[in-house]
Write a protein that binds this ligand. Structure first.
Ligand code: TA6
Length: 308
């Protein structure tokens, strides 16, 4: 359903901030906010609180967004920064539930916008409802704050507002956009042990790749690393630094040729144009939240131009 112009007008009347935040209609009629900060900009869909675009001043688009994404409520957007919450991967107890949780499937509400000396930001909210309880039986209040300043930050907090404890796993799943992913290196991952989702084994079977870490085949793996991961993109003359806060791992994913061709909302050659580097709390690790407890985690993305 396309939003009415009254909906957009009312969002702009309530939440727009001059030269910082405005709302309009995005792909397939989704409501999208544009954040601006100097010459940097970001676009955020209320569907899934998904960042669709991040263009830092003076460098090209940072995020890949598939031209075949459906942009429909109930379907994850293919590209940008989907939120894989409150579980990452398959649901631990029920394989019929959607992979990567449901935060990315729901339309979030605008809770506020701000502009201060650190950046332009928007806070979105999602609470338990009859619909969310079809996926997860718990009461919760989630906030997602997207801040565009010198970097792009996405911070998510979840409060357990119910009477029973729950555990959660999570990840930010950014699709970084490259001219050709085969030229990208992530030096910090070279020599670091990882769990290979393509050949799951026990922790004692963790694998290590030789340096330099570069993408030349399908990868789907988790590194226990809570520092920053720097992607060196010499062809694109930029360096992308991604870091998580309150996270403990990075998942690195590229479907490569065969799996990409089997994913309906990707073009067959799209695998060459993106790499997902995802800070998260990845199973079997998890966070336990007792009634009243909260958990907050974030991702920060910084892009440096290598052009002198
Ligand atoms: O984060 C890596 C991963 O879990 C891969 O296994 C791959 O399936 C990818 O996410 C995309 O998942 P999606 O459910 O968005 O198609």
């Amino acid at each position: 359903m396309h939003p009415s112009s009254e909906m957009i007008e009312s969002l702009n009347a309530d939440f727009a901030k001059a030269e910082a935040v405005s709302f309009d209609v995005g792909p397939q009629g989704l409501i999208v906010a544009t954040l601006a900060w100097g010459d940097s900009s970001a676009r955020v869909a209320l569907l899934g609180a998904t960042v669709l675009s991040y263009v830092p001043a003076g460098v090209p688009e940072t995020l890949f967004l598939s031209g075949k994404s459906e942009f429909l409520a109930g379907k994850p957007i293919r590209g940008g920064i989907p939120l894989c919450w409150p579980w990452f991967g398959a649901h631990p107890g029920d394989a019929r539930l959607p992979r990567h949780g449901f935060f990315r499937l729901f339309e979030w509400k605008v809770a506020g916008t701000e502009r201060d000396s650190r950046g332009s930001s928007m806070t979105l909210s999602l609470s338990a409802s009859d619909e969310s309880k079809k996926f997860w039986p718990y009461d919760f209040e989630a906030l997602c704050r997207i801040t565009l300043g010198r970097t792009l930050k996405v911070d998510v907090s979840v409060v357990n507002s119910g009477q029973s404890s729950f555990s959660l796993t999570c990840a930010f799943h950014p699709y970084f956009r490259f001219g050709d992913v085969r030229g990208v290196e992530i030096p910090v991952l070279a020599g670091m042990a990882y769990d290979d989702f393509l050949a799951p084994g026990s922790p004692s079977e963790r694998k290590v790749d030789a340096a330099p870490f570069a993408i030349s085949k399908e990868v789907d793996r988790a590194y226990a690393h809570d520092g920053a991961a720097v992607m060196e993109d010499r062809a694109g003359k930029r360096r992308i630094i991604v870091s998580g806060s309150s996270m403990e791992s990075f998942v690195v994913w590229n479907p490569w040729e065969k799996k990409c061709a089997a994913i309906a909302d990707l073009e067959k050659d799209d695998f060459l144009e993106f790499l997902c580097v995802e800070p998260g709390i990845i199973p079997p690790s998890a966070r336990e939240l007792r009634p009243g407890a909260s958990f907050e985690a974030g991702i920060a993305i910084e892009v440096a131009s290598l052009e002198e």
